[in-house]
Design a binder for this molecule. Structure first.
Ligand code: D61
Ligand code: MG
Length: 431
């Protein structure tokens, strides 16, 4: 659970945290009896607590398919990420991985901790894979084949241009989006989403990871991994690793802001993708990671800590997102509010200030144009609930700790959503 200090600072995190803890206990209890499925579900919980929880809520057939899809790709990624494997060993494994899933005897030991267990006992994953319906198997095989080939291509190639960056992210995450859309369609509840929107869902998540994980990737032993495109970082420093040195702090933050602005390009597509979903469990499964991503970008923007350590949303905030994401109104509100947290952090001297601001404003316009925010704010009682929820989303930017000019702009934007001018006036004296 969240640390005691964090909970004391954010007492309203406590209820969602407890609820999350109970849901996670419940999910662990529901682990199936067959040893291969038991292995797969307990592995899923170990390697990704957040994805495990939302996957657990899907209907049985789709849940099993998504669980295996996740573990197969996580295993493929463990091979890709292990920098101690020589290239001539790694590349053929990546390329043939889609065939290994049909072979119960196959395994390759690599990775560390829980990832090593996944690799050593991969036969449980292939056994479970072979029990899935043919439609699910074909979709998983196809994506694994294309992702493995793409990863192999980038083992020998650096991410130079922004096009390379988009291409790499397409292989490792956009394809997951395409595969998931196919699985949702095969489950019978959803229309088949356009590939470009499915790709954006993956790109937005992957780019957020790449931005957040700068330090971890650059410090990777025995070899560093670099995913930030040269076309962006070369505007600020001579070598990507120079960003982590204190003397380059100003340039580093400008480069980071450039990267965040690039990631924000995908938001409108993601909103469009999510707004077409019908099934509540599928909706939550897709929307929760997206809200976490916009929250992480708002936290990382203009934040030198990205180059010093791990910048992560606090656990209580994650619990709140999981608890309170149920429909598109919740998504628009979260995107609106997190963009509003990013907005006052834009420094007018930043080389991309105008571009970032217009991105943020375009996102906010998309949220407003949906029409659902106005309707929600007509109900004042609900509004107050929302106000307390979103103002407590953020530890550093709670209404009381913001500098007065930022706090008033934040309160004004929230209040401006209300119909009628009467409630706008009292705000001026708040900070
Ligand atoms: C809707 C819902 C979930 C979605 C989606 C649409 C579209 C795409 C994705 C999830 C995938 C987003 C990946 C973002 C996190 N990045 C990674 O995990 C990196 O590895 C990429 C290759 C393996 C992908 C494994 C995966 C991830 C999420 C899934 C899934 C498969 C299958 C089903 C559902 C979700 C990253 O991993 C290292 C790390 O962050 O620990 C890397 O190596 O770059
Ligand atoms: Mg990887």
């Amino acid at each position: 659970m969240g640390s005691l200090a964090a909970v004391l600072r954010h007492p309203d995190d406590l209820y969602p945290l407890l609820k999350l803890k109970m849901a996670s206990r419940q999910a662990e209890k529901q682990i199936p009896p067959e040893p291969h499925w038991a292995f797969c579900y307990s592995m899923l919980h170990k390697v990704s607590r957040s994805f495990a929880l939302v996957i657990q809520q899907l209907g049985t057939d789709l849940r099993n398919a998504v669980c295996i899809f996740y573990l197969v790709l996580r295993a493929l990624d463990t091979v890709e990420d292990d920098t101690s494997i020589p290239t001539d060993v790694k590349v053929p494994i990546l390329i043939a991985f889609h065939r290994h899933v049909y072979d119960r005897e196959w395994h390759f030991s690599c990775g560390t901790k829980e990832y090593k267990v996944l690799m050593d006992q991969f036969h449980h994953v292939s056994t479970a894979f072979l029990e899935l319906g043919k439609g699910y198997q074909d979709a998983i095989e196809d994506i694994t084949k294309r992702m493995g080939a793409g990863m192999a291509k980038f083992i020998c190639k650096e991410v130079e241009s922004i096009d390379d960056y988009d291409e790499y992210c397409y292989y490792v995450a956009g394809l997951v989006g395409l595969g998931l859309s196919k699985l949702f369609y095969a489950s019978g509840t959803e229309d088949l989403a356009p590939d470009s929107l499915s790709n954006s869902m993956g790109l937005f998540l992957q780019k957020t990871n790449i931005i957040r994980d700068y330090l971890e990737d650059i410090n990777e032993i025995p070899k560093c991994r670099m995913f930030w495109p040269r076309e962006i970082w070369s505007k600020y420093v001579n070598k990507l690793e120079d960003l982590k040195y204190e003397e380059n702090s100003d340039k580093a933050v400008q480069c980071l802001n450039d990267m965040v602005t690039n990631a924000l390009m995908h938001v409108e597509d993601c909103l469009k993708y999510m707004s077409a979903l019908r099934d509540h469990a599928i909706f939550r499964f897709c929307a929760i990671p997206q809200i976490m991503a916009i929250g992480t970008l708002a936290l990382c923007y203009n934040n030198i800590e990205v180059f010093r350590g791990v910048v992560k949303m606090r656990r209580g905030l994650t619990a709140k997102v999981i608890d309170r994401t149920n429909n598109m109104t919740d998504v628009y509100l979260a995107f609106y509010d997190f963009s509003n947290i990013l907005k006052p952090k834009i420094n007018k001297n930043d080389p991309n200030a105008t571009k970032t601001l217009s991105r943020v404003e375009a996102i906010q316009k998309a949220c407003m144009d949906s029409g659902v925010l106005n309707k929600r704010f007509v109900k004042v009682s609900k509004f107050y609930k929302q106000l307390s929820y979103f103002s407590s989303y953020w530890p550093l930017f709670s209404l009381t700790s913001l500098p007065p000019e930022q706090a008033s702009s934040r309160i004004t934007t929230i209040f401006n959503l209300l119909p009628g001018p009467s409630i706008v006036r009292p705000i001026k004296c708040l900070p």
